[in-house]
Design a protein around this ligand. Structure first.
Ligand SMILES: [Zn+2]
Length: 75
């Protein structure tokens, strides 16, 4: 990810960094309320959507962390 690809909500940004640290791909592809995706390439590109302004940043971060936990061993 380059500069400018940071999520504006720090809880969510931290979860995205954790996902990257585990070898998952963070894809910034903004479209409406969507911020982008976290992708597990070895798993046939399974992904989870990330939203720009989730109702709960804690829940959004947990969703990303759950995906990371599930896919951390794939790469
Ligand atoms: Zn996976």
């Amino acid at each position: 990810m380059g500069l400018g690809d940071r999520h504006q909500k720090k809880d969510v940004e931290a979860a995205l960094r954790r996902a990257e640290a585990c070898g998952l791909k963070v894809k910034h592809d903004r479209n409406g309320h969507r911020w982008g995706y976290v992708v597990c390439c070895p798993c046939d590109n399974k992904y989870v959507r990330v939203y720009c302004t989730p109702r709960s940043t804690g829940d959004e971060a947990k969703k990303i962390d759950d995906f990371t936990k599930h896919h951390r061993g794939c790469a």
